[in-house]
Design a protein around this ligand. Structure first.
Ligand code: NDP
Length: 246
């Protein structure tokens, strides 16, 4: 399946996996709609994509805002057309131990990692029902399969993303020919750990120092694989870890 002229929204495109994915998909000929809160980073990425001959539309937005989603879809329609693919990638990981009661951070994770994903799904389902050719890629995690200390809430959000992916697939696959893929990375070298404020967790993170982490481009390659399979083949899950991660 070619990505030439496919209209693809990538959330959390201002850094890490989202940024690498937008670059990869634009290089394959897709019209990428890049969104996140940091406008400057998005504009830099848009310039880079266009310099390399690709097409990108940068839209500042917060995935927790239904208003912002309305604007993202409207601008996609006006500039490119109906949404073919949504890469629901934006996420936060402020890991913390439950007893430290970082309840504001719990709320943020639920809002961005679960409700943000749902807002994205709700925004693209109408187009996908019509075209009967949509693809939703949700970024879950190894943490959506395995629970770790300090990850009670983060893991809960990523388990939720896997459950949602399968639920949407069961309903939208047979009826509307929609593909749904849950991508489940292990440790990837990105800015994701920057949101950790719990000092006890910072000590715990030293266990990852011996790992050779995945790169954001490795996850972009997995997403590209899922998107380029023939029409009859729907890749439901991709679990990918650093080789030396247990
Ligand atoms: P980054 O921190 O580099 O990227 C996170 C992205 O999410 C940023 O672009 C950020 O942009 C965006 N974002 C955060 N909050 C919001 C919001 N409210 N609205 C819109 N965008 C938002 O980390 P990664 O690239 O690693 O993370 C991408 C996804 O991959 C996440 O869902 C993460 O859980 C998942 N993942 C990452 C792993 C890893 O080891 N790195 C492993 C497994 C899964 P901005 O701040 O500009 O809004």
């Amino acid at each position: 399946m070619s990505l030439e002229n496919k209209n693809i929204i990538v959330t959390g495109a201002s850094s890490g996996i989202g940024e690498a994915t937008a670059k990869k998909l634009a290089a394959a000929g897709a019209n990428v709609v890049i969104t996140a809160r940091r406008t400057e980073r998005l504009n830099e990425l848009k310039d880079e994509i266009e310099k390399d001959g690709g097409k990108a539309l940068a839209i500042t937005g917060d995935v927790t805002s239904k208003e912002d989603w309305k604007s993202i879809v409207e601008q996609t329609h006006n500039n490119f057309g109906k949404v073919d693919v949504l890469v629901n990638n934006a996420g936060l990981m402020p890991l913390s131990f439950v007893e430290n009661l970082k309840t504001d951070e719990w709320d943020k994770m639920v809002d961005v990692n679960i409700k943000g994903v749902l807002n994205g799904v709700a925004s693209v389902v109408p187009d996908m029902k019509e075209t009967k050719a949509g693809h939703i890629i949700n970024i879950s995690s190894v943490a959506g399969r395995k629970i770790m200390p300090a990850g009670a809430v983060y893991c809960a959000t990523k388990y939720a993303v896997r459950a949602l992916s399968e639920g949407i697939r069961l309903e939208m696959g047979p009826k509307y020919n929609t593909k749904v893929t849950s991508i489940e990375p292990g440790f990837v070298a990105t800015e994701l750990t920057n949101t950790i404020t719990d000092d006890d967790v910072k000590d715990m993170m030293s266990q990852f120092e011996d790992l050779t982490p995945l790169q954001a481009s490795d996850i972009a390659d997995s997403i590209y694989y899922a998107l380029t399979q023939p029409e009859h083949s729907s890749v439901n899950e991709i679990l990918i870890r650093p080789t030396n991660q247990d």
